[in-house]
Structures are given as structure tokens and as C-alpha cells.
Design a protein around this ligand. Structure first.
Ligand code: DND
Ligand code: ATP
Ligand code: GLN
Length: 683
């Protein structure tokens, strides 16, 4: 059911609804093409689109050869544009239609922007293909030097040139540019300049005949242009109905954003298609802000702000709930297709192994020292260490694994720890930390020493601290490096014991890996036979247990100390961390995205092997509750822990938290502005 609060509107979060339109063309039948354009515009309006991109020369159809030069065709084109403008005067979307227009005895291949009955402006094609199957220079004049000009079209005098950017006066993120087909096959597409001058959405009206391999090439160019020009890119190629005299057409529509494919059309279809997608102009804006090279290039190219003419119009947004036409992955760090997941795991695992091996060599360390709890993090650190030793040609017994049971260590995790160490062939040992912990707690006059069940932070950290103490001294004793096991998610939350505790190590091999990815990395290791069958069996057993720090004894009901019931589901925490750290998004937008990703467990793809029983949904109050906790932990109470973390490799493009890398922040900051923003903008 649609909700009325502004929070539920995609426009409130800087999304823009675009569509690549594929009408069925009628060769040279301008009235039919105008009718097809109007019909799709009405569909676009019904689907709440802001911007509709039609193919190149769709008013006449593209492949009409010398007919382009006929007066009758040109007059009919002008009349059709007037008709399209009139018929769409009450519709919401801006239309970019393709038409050949004359000025001063020259014919230009143009994109015509039309909105609510008004022709906003006309952009001529800069680069006319005139090689192999193309001979556009036979009819058209290149528009590459047309600037500061105007043109008469459909009874209106409007801005004309390649120096136009279209901007909504009442929706600040609605800023777009148009170019035409070959323009983006050029070494420097006009959209590169438009993006540097501020366009967030770049559009391409195309008539690109299909040959084997062509769709892949267009896909590559569109992805690359959106990545290089830091923009959203909407591409619409002519399709069914175009003249097949000597060529064929497939109607490829695509929407890319920052190199990522957001939506793609069916190809070789007989019916008209409207490929609708919501592009995230806020993400584009943020990305430009944090990429100085983009602005340096603009300055190097002499593109001062204002170097393009801005054509303004009123979008009249109503901030209604029209849903979100875009897949938001539940796990930003975990791809939901098997191929991409495998590829990412291969990268992550090898980054970790290579980085650790290099540090062993550089530090002239003979051994690696690891506290092996039987939990996910230390398991992963241990298998990475084993592979690093294999790569260095050293035997695995150069890894000293210690299981160090404390007051709450369960038999299950301890036996898993031993089974794993034996299966891998590392040098295992056991140190019972309880006598030392009892001594320490007694020395401190902690109530536990008097038999009282006081399981406070001190009680927890005494154990975490003693384990770290043992590991560092064992490293001295054996010329070893202590391998840190803490992961990226724990660093984001400050879920570790500072200094004399698991926050410290000689090399934090997991610090760049989020918790939600670790289980998939372990699964990938099993699937790709990185280790032997017995190791795989133990790894499966470890994957099956709940995440617990095991610092506090189980309750009377036997329930384990559950980490996620205390700090929130890692699935949500990783989601929050990704959008806040990597994309700088406001908490209300992060909540909106989390809702779209998580509100319906039956929608969208789950990552491969994600257990069916764990496929949960989260509603807005739940998301909000955990987000508030996350914001408090992340901004107020944990930065001092990150400001002093040991070295470790960045793994995910989704962000890292080293103070020497992606994330630098004050250790005495506050979450207040973030909590206030959430409070002000959520229903
Ligand atoms: N801005 C700041 N600059 C410098 N120091 C600051 C500080 N804010 C607090 N402090 C000081 O830091 C200390 C608190 O930090 P800390 O000693 O780390 O202790 P704290 O963060 O209070 O507790 C550690 C938490 O992490 C959990 N943990 C620990 C280990 C492993 C795992 C796991 O599951 O993997 C979980 C554990 O259950 C506990 O809830 C206090 O003494 C405080 O005064
Ligand atoms: N019983 C134990 N024996 C050996 N080392 C331990 C033990 N408990 C904790 N550690 C060490 O302290 C680190 C943090 O422990 P904790 O179990 O609290 O966190 P965790 O993030 O759940 O890690 P893991 O998934 O490895 O258990 C572990 O990764 C491990 O290196
Ligand atoms: N219409 C055009 O500009 C087509 C040229 C383009 N290079 C293509 O291969 O599709």
C-alpha cells in the first residue's frame, strides 16, 4: 500500500526515474512514429517516469537514407514534434526524441527535449559516422561546433547546441544531458564534458544496427562512460520496425550508473518496450565529491562551472510513494549471483593470503601465532594463514594455533578448534586462561572472585585481554607474528576489546572483510577444494553454529551469549556501514534502502547457499532501531578503536576502516547529527 510520508518517495532520496524507450518504428511513416512516441510517453507517465529516452531519429525512423533530404519528410517532422508536444502537455516526463532538423540550409541529426508542451531545447549530434555501413555525412551536418545558438522548431524558438544541460528548477538532482549514438563511440564523447559541467544523467539516443558482438560493445561503452564520467547513462537503440534494407536492429536499452548495470531491455522483441529504472543521482553526486580527479580534469579542460547553458524547467514533483524500480541487494558485500560471488571470493581470499605472506617475509617472522576459538573469524584467519604458508613453501607447523578456553567456552567450539588445527596440520596447543583470569579478577577485587555471577565488561575483557597477552608473549618466544582475526563489521561497531584485547595484533588479516562475507569465503574455500576433505568437514560444522563471543556463560536456559541479539544482525550492520562509509548517505536514505532491500523475504535473489531458514525480513521499526544503535556505536563510541588499528589489507571496494586509508574521523566525535537527521526524516 502506498504511504504518504515523504520518506517513502524515491524523489526524497535523490532517485530519478528514467526509461529507455523502444517504440516499434514505421519506416518513414512519421505520423505512425509520432503516435508510437505519444503512446510510450503515456505509459511512461503512468509509471511515474521523469525522463524518457527515445532512439535516434525515431520520429522518421533512422534508416531512411536519402529520404532524410526530402522537404516533405522535414515538414512532417516539424509537424510531428508539435503534435508530440501538444499530446504530452499534461504528462509528467521529459521526452528526448530523435529528429532531423534544418537550420540555415543544413540538416542536423538531433535530440529534442520536450516537456509539458514546451520544446526545452535541441542538441545536435556531434560525430557523424561515415565509415563501413554508415554514410551520415551524405545528409547531415556535424553539430560539434554549434554553441550559443537557437533554432525554430514546432513554432517555438529554442536553445540549440551541444552546450546544453537540462535542469529541473524544483528537483535539484534532475540534471541531464543528451548525445546521439556515434557521439559515445568517439574517443571523447560530448557527455564527458557535460558530466564535468554538472549533468548527473547522460542520455544516448541511438540507432545502432546489430551485428555479432555489437551488444557487448555497447554494454562495455555504456558501463565505461558511466564509470569514467561518474554519471548515470541511459542508452536507447532503435529496434523493431526499422528498415532492414541492408541492416538489422535489436532495440537494446540499458541503464548504467557508476559502471554498474542497473537495467537492460529484452532485445529482438516485436513489441514496444519501456525499460524503467530509478537512478541514484545522490550516489553520483557523492561519488564526484569524493573524487578530486573528476574536478581536476574539468579544470584542466577549462570547464568552469556555468560553461554549459542550463535550460531550466519545472518537474513539479509530488513526492508520492511510487516504489523503487531498482534492485537493492540485501548484502552489499555479497553478490547474489553465483558467478560474481565466486569471482569476489577468489579476489578476497587471494588479497588476504598475498598480504599476509608478504608481511611474514618482510618481518622475517618464522611463525604465525593465532588464537583459535572455533568461531568464524579465527577459522578464516587460520585457513588464510595456512594458504599463506603453502604459498611461501613453508610447512604449516610454522603456524602456532592456540585454543584458550575461558569461563564460557563451549565444548562444541573448542572441539571444532582442535579438529580444525589437526586437519590443517598446524602446531596446536591449549592454554586454559581460567586460572590466570581468576587470579586477575581476585587481584582486582572483582565480585566474580567471591563467587558472584557478575558478568560485566571487566569480566569479559579480562578474558579477551589475557588471550591477547598470551599470544603476544608467545610471538616473542617463537619469533612469530600475531595474526589478528577481527573483521570489518566488528571494527565498524567497536565490537572488540581495545589495546590489550583482540583489537590489537601484528597484522589484522581480516580487517577489510565484513562479517557477512566471511561465511561465504569459507564456503568458497570448501567448494573450490582449497583444503582437504577433513578440513572441509570441520569448516561445515563451524559454519553451522551461531555467532557468539562466548565471554559470558550460557544462561539458565542454556542459551548462548548471542552477539546479534545485542548489537543487531550483521546483515543490517554491514548494509548500514556500506552506505554510510562508502557512499556518505544520510541515515534516512540508508533506512529507505534497507527497507527496499529487506522488507520482503520472498523478493529478489538471495546469495547462493544462504540457508532458507535464515531468510528473514525486516520492517521499518526494526531497521530504524538497529540503525540508531549502529549510528551511536559507529560515530560516538568506536572511532578511537579504529584510529589505532594495526596494519591489514583493504579487501572490498565497498570500503575499509583503516585510519590510514578510506576512513579518517575524530576519536571524540558524536552521532548526534546522524541521529537527528534520522529522527527528522522518518515517519
Ligand atoms: N574516545 C575514547 N578514547 C580513548 N579511550 C576511550 C574512548 N572512549 C572510551 N574509551 C575507553 O575505552 C575503554 C572501553 O573500551 P574496551 O576496553 O574495548 O571495552 P568496551 O568497548 O566497553 O567493551 C568491549 C565490548 O566488545 C565485546 N567484544 C570484545 C571482544 C571480542 C568480541 C567479539 O565478539 O569478537 C566482542 C565485548 O563483549 C564488549 O561488549 C574504557 O576504558 C573507556 O574509558
Ligand atoms: N576460546 C578461545 N580460544 C582461542 N582464542 C580465542 C578464544 N576465544 C576468543 N579467541 C580469540 O579472540 C578473538 C575474538 O574472539 P571472539 O570469539 O570474542 O570473537 P569472534 O569475532 O566471534 O571471533 P571468532 O569468530 O574467531 O570466534 C577470536 O577470533 C580468537 O582469535
Ligand atoms: N547511428 C550511429 O551513430 C551508429 C554508429 C555506431 N558507431 C554504431 O556502431 O552503432
Amino acid at each position: 500500500m502506498a504511504k504518504t510520508h515523504r520518506f517513502f518517495s524515491h524523489h526524497a532520496h535523490e532517485f530519478l526515474r528514467v526509461a529507455a524507450c523502444t517504440p516499434v518504428a514505421s519506416v518513414g511513416d512519421i505520423a505512425a512514429n509520432a503516435a508510437a512516441t505519444i503512446a510510450l510517453a503515456k505509459r511512461g507517465h503512468a509509471e511515474a517516469c521523469d525522463l524518457l529516452v527515445f532512439p535516434e531519429l525515431n520520429v522518421t525512423s533512422y534508416a531512411i537514407d536519402d529520404l532524410h533530404l526530402q522537404d516533405a519528410i522535414q515538414r512532417a517532422t516539424d509537424a510531428a514534434l508539435a503534435e508530440i508536444a501538444a499530446a504530452t502537455a499534461k504528462l509528467k516526463p521529459v521526452l528526448l526524441v530523435g529528429a532531423a532538423l534544418t537550420k540555415d540550409g543544413r540538416l542536423y541529426n538531433c535530440a529534442v527535449a520536450i516537456h509539458r508542451g514546451r520544446i526545452l531545447g535541441v542538441v545536435p549530434k556531434s560525430y557523424l559516422p561515415n565509415y563501413r555501413e554508415y554514410y551520415e555525412k551524405r545528409w547531415f551536418t556535424s553539430g560539434y561546433d554549434v554553441v550559443e545558438d537557437d533554432i525554430a522548431v514546432a513554432g517555438q524558438i529554442v536553445s540549440f547546441g551541444i552546450d546544453l544541460i537540462f535542469t529541473a528548477s524544483d528537483l535539484p538532482h534532475f540534471i541531464f544531458h543528451a548525445e546521439i549514438c556515434e557521439d559515445f563511440w568517439a574517443p571523447i564523447p560530448p557527455s564527458t564534458y557535460a558530466a564535468m559541467a554538472g549533468a548527473l544523467v547522460c542520455c544516448n539516443l541511438s540507432a545502432s544496427n546489430v551485428v555479432i558482438g555489437k551488444s557487448r560493445q555497447r554494454m562495455l561503452l555504456s558501463a565505461a562512460q558511466s564509470d569514467r564520467a561518474i554519471c548515470a547513462y541511459v542508452f536507447s537503440a532503435a529496434g523493431p520496425g526499422e528498415s532492414t534494407t541492408d541492416l538489422a536492429w535489436d532495440g537494446q536499452g540499458m541503464v548504467h550508473e557508476l559502471g554498474e548495470l542497473i537495467a537492460e531491455s529484452a532485445r529482438f522483441e516485436n513489441d514496444p518496450e519501456l525499460l524503467v529504472a530509478d537512478v541514484d543521482c545522490g550516489r553520483v553526486r557523492q561519488e564526484r565529491m569524493r573524487n578530486g580527479t573528476f574536478h581536476d580534469t574539468a579544470r584542466a579542460e577549462g570547464l568552469a562551472p556555468g560553461s554549459f547553458r542550463r535550460v531550466t524547467f519545472e518537474a513539479k514533483p509530488d513526492f508520492a510513494d511510487v516504489g523503487l524500480r531498482r534492485d537493492i541487494r540485501r548484502f552489499p558485500f555479497v553478490p547474489n549471483t553465483p558467478e560474481k560471488l565466486d569471482a569476489d571470493c577468489y579476489e578476497a581470499f587471494n588479497i588476504q593470503v598475498t598480504a599476509l605472506a608478504q608481511r611474514v617475509v618482510a618481518a622475517k617472522a618464522e611463525r604465525l601465532v593465532i588464537g583459535v576459538s572455533g568461531g568464524l573469524d579465527s577459522t578464516h584467519a587460520l585457513i588464510v594463514a595456512a594458504k599463506a604458508m603453502d604459498r611461501l613453501g613453508r610447512s604449516r607447523d610454522h603456524i602456532l594455533g592456540y585454543t584458550m578456553p575461558g569461563f564460557a567456552t563451549s565444548e562444541g567450539t573448542k572441539s571444532n578448534a582442535w579438529a580444525l588445527m589437526r586437519a590443517l596440520g598446524v602446531a596446536g596447543d591449549e592454554i586454559d586462561i581460567r586460572p590466570a583470569a581468576e587470579q586477575m579478577l581476585a587481584d582486582m577485587r572483582h565480585p566474580f572472585a567471591d563467587g558472584k555471577p557478575t558478568y560485566d565488561v571487566t569480566f569479559e575483557n579480562v578474558q579477551a585481554g589475557l588471550r591477547t597477552d598470551y599470544l603476544f608473549r608467545l610471538a616473542n618466544q617463537h619469533n612469530g607474528l600475531v595474526v589478528g582475526t577481527g573483521d570489518l563489521s566488528e571494527l565498524a561497531l567497536g565490537w572488540c576489546t581495545y589495546g590489550v584485547g583482540d583489537q590489537m595484533s601484528h597484522y589484522a588479516v581480516n580487517a577489510g572483510v565484513p562479517k557477512t562475507l566471511i561465511q561465504f569465503l569459507i564456503r568458497w574455500c570448501i567448494r573450490t577444494d582449497q583444503y582437504d576433505a577433513e578440513t572441509d568437514r570441520v569448516l561445515e560444522a563451524i559454519l553451522a553454529q551461531e555467532i557468539s563471543p562466548e565471554l559470558v556463560p550460557a544462561g539458565a536456559d542454556g542459551a548462548l551469549q548471542s552477539t546479534e541479539s545485542k548489537i543487531g544482525p550483521y546483515a543490517l550492520n554491514d548494509f548500514f556501514a556500506h552506505y554510510i562509509v562508502r557512499h556518505g548517505m544520510a541515515p534516512s536514505k540508508v533506512a529507505f534502502l534497507a527497507l527496499k532491500a529487506w522488507e520482503d523475504a520472498s523478493r529478489g535473489r538471495w546469495p547462493r547457499d544462504f540457508p532458507a531458514a535464515a531468510r528473514t525480513a525486516y520492517d521499518l521499526p526494526t531497521i530504524r532501531g538497529w540503525l540508531e544503535k549502529f549510528l551511536f556505536r559507529f560515530f560516538t563510541i568506536s572511532q578511537f578503536k579504529r584510529s589505532a588499528i594495526p596494519n591489514g589489507p583493504k579487501v572490498s571496494a565497498g570500503g575499509a576502516l583503516s585510519p590510514r586509508g578510506d576512513w579518517r574521523a575524530p576519536s571524540d566525535g558524536t552521532a548526534k547529527p546522524f541521529l537527528d537527521e534520522l529522527d527528522a526524516n522518518l515517519p
